[in-house]
Write a protein that binds this ligand. Sequence first.
Ligand code: IVH
Length: 687
Amino acid sequence: MVKIIPHSSMSVQQQIEELRKELNEHNYRYYVLSQPTISDVEFDKKIKQLEELEAGHPEYSDSNSPTQRVGNDLAKEFTKVTHRYPMLSLGNTYSESEITDFFDRAARLLNEPFDIVCELKFDGVSISLQYENGKLVRAATRGDGVVGDDVTTNVKTIRSIPLQLLGDDYPESFEMRGEVLLPWKVFDAINREREEQEDQLFANPRNAASGTLKLQNPKEVAKRQLDSYFYYLLGEQLPSDEHYENLQKTKTWGFKVSDAIRKCHSLTEVFDFIHFWDKKRNTLPFATDGIVLKINSLRQQELLGSTAKSPRWAVAFKYQAEQAVTTLQNIEFQVGRTGVVTPVANLEPVLLAGTVVKRATLHNADVMASLHLHRGDRVLIEKGGEIIPKIVSVAKINNQESEISFIKTCPSCGTPLVRVEGEAGFYCPNDASCAPQIKGKIEHFISRKAMNIDGIGAETVDLLFQQQLIRTTADLYTLQPSQLIRLERLGEKSVQNIIAAIEKSKRVPFERVLFALGIRYVGEKVAKALANAFRNLDALTKATASGLASVDEIGDKIAQSVVAFFADPNNLLLVEQLKQAGLQFAIADDKLTQMSNRLAGKTIVISGVFTHHTRDEYKSLITQHGGKEASAISTKTSFLLAGEQAGPSKLSKAKSLSVPIKNESEFLLMIEETSTEVTPKQQTTLF
Ligand code: IVH
């Protein structure tokens, strides 16, 4: 099936088409069948070959080419899409007798033999794909069932979704419905990374998949490795009158359809399927929360019809979340690097959903108080879609003990805990000398995505802390080899490595230094946005909450946290010491150069997708030319820089406030005219 290409006698167009076809097949083999026939290296070589051919021949460009899957940097607001066929939901039941009722009702209404197709109920995000002449033309989320979000660019990054269908026997126009999901393995990896960075964890793969699909940057979406399964074909000219046959057919076009599907002729077969997967679903690589039953014949489906909300020809049987009863041994209070105290229940080990559970999170003081827990209580624990088990209720109270209350003082340093108004968590305010906070901050500072100081791990941090060699992150930069070599467990080689890694970290760019500081709510993305908008630390320390909140992606909560961080003299001192040590506290010069003052005094709002530069680049250009970028349109806005698919609400607001709208070329002309106006001497030097 796989041909050897490119052939010298082929025209460029033919070569491009052949390569696309071949790569689509390999994609399908790898991501849908999990049976690759070439190595990753060979695949990448072919992609590169195609990229080069396409770059040299833009006349043959195609937005569905396999080279277009990685997405690009263009962020955009989602356009609304009205579904051709409304996306209904399914009636749910947890009861087997209601499944019998569903069967009996269908038998009564149809009054003729019928089959029922049983499928897994995938626990992800539903998606509708529109195909025209074998090409994916649009992908939309369910939204409210009538109108959804156009997420085509993001969906194109999902490798198991065909952009160009295989074979040639597909209808000219049809819609494919299915579920976008994150396999457990990917979900666990994402959460491990988030845990390392004390980012909020995704509660379950469904939330993670939904959050991912709505990301504004398709490159970020591509990194998250979403997967898909399809379960419903819609259109005017379908291959068969049977739902089951149609799904099997769509496999040959390149769609991923689960093999866990059965055409049942009786209720006994339906229950067999339900019971089988209740036991086995833990072995699946993705989350499922039940079984969907569908009448197989499309004619019979039509006869049964739908209510406004859901079809009468289908129903979902949901599995109970897996539960177990065990004994609560005690409650431990953990202090994180930001001082937040989390109660964690230690349990007598018990088997739940295939794993031994020893601990359950109690989230915060409110959740803990609502359960009224005592040592020795028999507690009901549950692991639904959630990765971390939770205590649902107390099955039997141990009256010998009194209720465990939330601690009043820090378990590590004894400082009275405080509670931020409006928040559920208590925290230890002693950030300057509370051991777990200090160690946690240093561990975060040296972590891979921050300063990436390898050679030091949590154990070494602990050792250095115990030996009183480090109290702040700045102390890392004054460590001497002679101090380290005295420590047990550290040989000469590792001391050399540590010192070299610390030295190397002085070249880590500003945005990562900012992330490494561990300011509450300032994760990797926020740090990048702040670095781009303020460009150096001086500007950032002087920023007001409203100035901060005018940056895209920065909300009030983050803005206040940044202001509070720089209002603390200890933090200012630390930052000063780090600056003295030689860390990067400004965006590199080439990105920083002030180019003109042409946009001085102008406040500009950006919306839409651009072709010459990314949105971030336009933001930098605005500041480099002395202007200010804002996220919302007001009477103070000088003009709206609108790209393709600019947000309709922004456009109409601009029109109603008579704010001028400029397109990309107009904007580029504005700054081009003046780029020679400023002499090098006039350039602002920052730091
Ligand atoms: S069929 C008109 N089949 O469940 C019926 N849905 O509660 C169309 N779902 O929004 C849906 N697995 O996101 C169908 N095998 C499956 C499914 C499935 C998961 C989701 C889907 C839908 C929701 C309904």
